[in-house]
Design a protein around this ligand. Structure first.
Ligand code: SAM
Ligand code: SF4
Length: 328
């Protein structure tokens, strides 16, 4: 799959559910309405969809959500996709999780062939963690992260930089991650989905975060690249990496190698655009995958060059779907 700008699409992010057991303030409103179950692809359909993308050249799959680990029987999908790594069709299977269910699943994930996971954690303070997630329990997530470490999974912590909410904790997070051998990525808030909060009040540019970190840590630029939008620095004092995902201040689209599919089988060629292709109809229309593969090829031919997020006090979100739909 090569798009009109010569970018090879080798990375598929799959949102396996739009549901979540948390309500992070930058991601969801408190009274979210989730999709009716009949609209959501079954785990078997999701596996078929992934299989078609693998045949078309995808080498890496990331499962996300919503919260992927709250989907019932999700381990059956993960185990079956793990077999595709064993047979050489896939290089990597990974997931992004809020960590609440990790204590239960870490061992199974490692056995399925998952080698690394991203865990979202915005604060190490229990009260703040609860405020940001609206009702999460920090100790449950820490327990999950430690279970993942014990199972041999490489853990990367994702922290959304939030003005006034966690900005005084970043040194502590770098220290904590360094102590446990975790990499850490800071993410700028993106204006996607209505969250009933003022985005300009949440937005903290990562250029500022980096400047502040440099007062305490020795950061050096690296050319380490995962093919994603993160720019990485190494931290001399901890020996770990810090990534910065800066969709608002940096244009990372030129190296984009990914597309996203939602749990209803809607394919988004760009996180920052509304254009999408329905894959559920061709998937359900026939037992053979040829209609599906044609629909994917047509969609890749429309992958846009990039996006143009703007955070503006009066503007409605440029993209109205929530991050929990496309999975970040
Ligand atoms: N529930 C899982 C989790 O929290 O890791 C996976 C899905 S979540 C939508 C994926 C990532 O998107 C998380 O790291 C989360 O912090 C991030 N995210 C959600 N809404 C965001 C927003 N408006 N701007 C920036 N990052 C966001
Ligand atoms: Fe749930 Fe992840 Fe969104 Fe938080 S960021 S509400 S954990 S989907």
């Amino acid at each position: 799959m090569i798009d009109p700008f010569g970018r090879r699409v080798t990375y598929l992010r799959v949102s396996v559910t739009d549901r979540c057991d948390l309500r992070c303030v930058y991601c969801m409103g408190e009274d979210m309405h989730f999709l009716p179950r009949e609209d959501v692809l079954s785990l078997e359909e999701l596996e078929r969809l992934c299989g078609a993308f693998i045949r078309l050249g995808v080498r890496k799959i990331r499962l996300t959500g919503g919260e992927p680990l709250v989907r019932r029987n999700v381990m059956s999908l993960i185990t079956n996709l793990g077999r595709r790594m064993a047979d050489g069709a896939l290089d990597e299977l990974t997931l992004t999780t809020n960590g609440t269910q990790l204590a239960k699943y870490a061992g199974d994930l490692a056995r399925a062939g998952v080698r690394r996971i991203n865990v979202s954690l915005d604060s190490l303070d229990p009260e703040r963690f609860r405020a940001i997630t609206r009702w999460g329990k920090l100790e449950q997530v820490i327990e999950g992260i430690m279970a993942a470490k014990a199972a041999g999974l490489a853990v990367k912590i994702n922290t959304v930089a939030l003005k006034g909410a966690n900005e005084d904790e970043f040194d502590h997070l770098v220290d904590w991650c360094g102590g446990h051998g975790f990499d850490l990525t800071f993410i700028e808030t993106m204006p996607v989905g209505e969250v009933h909060a003022d985005r300009t009040e949440q937005y903290l540019p990562l250029s500022l975060v980096r400047q502040r970190l440099e007062r305490r840590w020795t950061l050096s630029d690296t050319d380490f690249c995962t093919g994603g939008p993160s720019r990485y620095v190494s931290v001399a004092e901890t020996g770990r990496r810090i990534g910065f995902i800066t969709p608002m201040t940096h244009n990372f689209c030129e190296s984009c190698n990914r597309v996203r599919v939602t749990c209803t089988g809607t394919l988004f060629m760009c996180l920052g655009r509304e254009d999408a292709a329905d894959l559920r109809a061709p998937l359900r229309a026939s037992e053979s995958d040829s209609l599906l593969e044609t629909a994917v090829a047509e969609a890749i031919a429309r992958k846009p060059k990039g996006h143009d997020f703007v955070i503006d006090r009066d503007a409605h979100p440029e993209v109205t779907r929530h991050m929990s739909v496309t999975g970040g």
